[in-house]
Design a protein around this ligand. Structure first.
Ligand code: ADP
Ligand code: MG
Ligand code: ZN
Length: 476
């Protein structure tokens, strides 16, 4: 039996207005090489200055994961030669990162949580982009110098499920903190996956391979699955030493395999040394105060939803997994929706319709205020649940979101008024004297017939509880 060991390095692009060491904008769509200046082009004599916003955002992550936020941190140069880096080195934090030693709690399938230790989170500058077209290669340096936060976990994960769960938690956390848009397709949240296996019971770790630059949860799971099998088989076949090397591999999506890219560099290959152009980063009291301004995070929300709102833990996890959904839910409550009813309407009625239409919470045609109002109307018996569904269907397809006006327009108001319901009941009883006779002589089953007829005559608007109560009165 073998055990899998996984540690992750996640690169998060911080959503600052300007780059890490100059005042060039970080915006995306500009013409090639226009968001540049002597500093990010590495022209001689230009000097870097640390972006305070980037430091504060890194610190905010640090506080969110119970880490040590270092009041002094330093920058190092990591040398490598590649056309997308005009300086031929990357500025990073090797020896004293701004954030060290934290923890993230991941949610396991059985509902329990597991603690994953965090090694550190450090600031570093992104490279530009190489573009290969036919026989030409071009370099676009618009992205050069964009701030990245590299977040490194301890080797604490033991399965691909745990790794994916960790990534999802970190992804949602950086989005709650609003330090990154974490868009995986655009590469602003991507990770390197370190995987090794060892015989169960062995204390020493096996040899790890690092699978670089994966930008989807699915690919992370698939790549780990492949590597674990490859390494385990090598062990069983007695060729572990030959076939499992400390190296960098790439996940080949179309073939479903990892492939060796290069042998793992040792730190010495990078010739790290302290950047002589940058003084230590010393955080101020003001930065600490700003970094500690923090929204309620998913773990705290789950706890509050369960303990104060009486929501099932599984539902609370679903709702808090993305901040958009949690904020949507909370806005529904602000409109007077009862929490448990709001959960059902959000997670099954709305999400079901959005899925069908290929939409998401962010692109939902029905906003939280509107759905919250609708759900509040069900709870106070203004409309029935069935009418609510009809109303929601209508709003998914049409422009109007005025719940009150639509209830009138579509004739959905629930009638709870005794007099109005009794009028209908009396009509039904008068029209069916034979059935009334049969009922009174013991055919109890006919009660359902009278309820059905009354509901039908009211076009479904009569309050069913009231109908039952009043029918019993009239027939009894
Ligand atoms: P480097 O900086 O050279 O990539 P580190 O020692 O900092 O190497 O580790 C990088 C990542 O690899 C961390 O996330 C760590 O948890 C993980 N890791 C280290 N050893 C192993 C191992 N034997 N198996 C799986 N992951 C590992
Ligand atoms: Mg690494
Ligand atoms: Zn610049």
């Amino acid at each position: 039996m073998f055990e899998t060991v996984i540690g992750l390095e996640v690169h998060v692009q911080l959503n600052t207005k300007t780059k890490l060491f100059c005042s060039c904008p970080t915006s995306f769509a500009e013409h090639q090489n226009t968001n540049t200046c002597p500093t990010c082009l590495a022209l001689p004599g230009a000097l870097p200055v640390v972006n305070k916003e980037a430091a504060v955002k890194a610190m905010r992550l640090g506080y969110a994961i119970n880490a040590n936020v270092n009041h002094t941190s330093t920058f190092d140069r990591k040398s490598y030669f590649y056309p997308d880096s005009p300086s031929a080195y990357q500025i990073t934090q090797l020896t004293k990162a701004i954030v060290q030693k934290g923890e993230v709690f991941i949610d396991l399938k059985d509902g329990s949580q597991k603690r994953i230790g965090m090694t550190q989170a450090h600031l570093e500058a992104d490279a530009g982009k190489n573009m290969h077209e036919g026989n030409h290669s071009k370099v676009d340096l618009n992205r050069a110098g964009t701030p990245l936060l590299e977040i490194v976990s301890d080797p604490d994960m033991r399965s691909s499920d745990e790794a994916v769960s960790f990534l999802k938690k970190l992804h949602s956390t950086v989005r709650y903190l609003d330090i990154s848009d974490a868009n995986m397709q655009e590469g602003s949240f991507r990770c390197d996956v370190n995987v090794s296996v060892r015989p169960k019971g062995q204390e020493a770790f096996g040899t790890r391979v690092e699978i670089k630059n994966i930008n989807s949860f699915r690919f992370v799971a698939d790549a780990i699955g492949y590597e674990v099998q490859r390494q385990t088989e090598a062990y069983e076949d007695g060729v572990y030493e030959q076939e499992v090397n400390q190296e960098t591999r790439l996940w080949n999506v179309s073939e479903g395999v990892t492939k060796s890219m290069r042998g793992k560099e040792e730190a010495a290959d990078y010739r790290y040394f302290p950047d002589p152009d940058l003084r230590p980063l010393i955080v101020t009291e003001e930065m600490i105060v700003e970094a500690k301004i923090m929204p309620e995070l998913p773990d705290a929300k789950v706890k509050r939803y369960v303990e104060e709102l009486g929501i099932k833990s599984a539902d609370a996890h679903v709702i808090t997994s993305e901040k958009e959904m949690a904020y949507y839910f909370e806005e529904m409550l602000a409109q007077g929706a009862v929490p448990k009813t709001a959960v059902t309407w959000l997670t099954s009625e709305l999400l079901g319709r959005l899925n069908k239409a290929g939409l998401s919470i962010e692109t939902s045609p029905v906003d939280a205020k509107t759905l919250g109002t609708l759900v509040a109307k069900i709870s106070d018996d203004s409309i029935s649940g069935k009418a609510g569904k009809e109303l929601l269907d209508h709003m998914m397809e049409n422009e109007s979101r005025d719940v009150d006006a639509l209830i009138d327009e579509l004739g959905l108001a629930q009638v709870s008024d005794d007099g109005a319901i009794l009028d209908i009941i009396d009509e039904i009883l008068a029209a069916n004297p034979d059935k009334v006779e049969q009922y009174k002589s013991g055919k109890d089953k006919l009660f359902g017939f009278f309820v059905g007829q009354t509901m039908k005559a009211s076009k479904g608007t009569a309050n069913p509880g009231k109908v039952n109560e009043l029918l019993k009165e009239r027939l009894g």
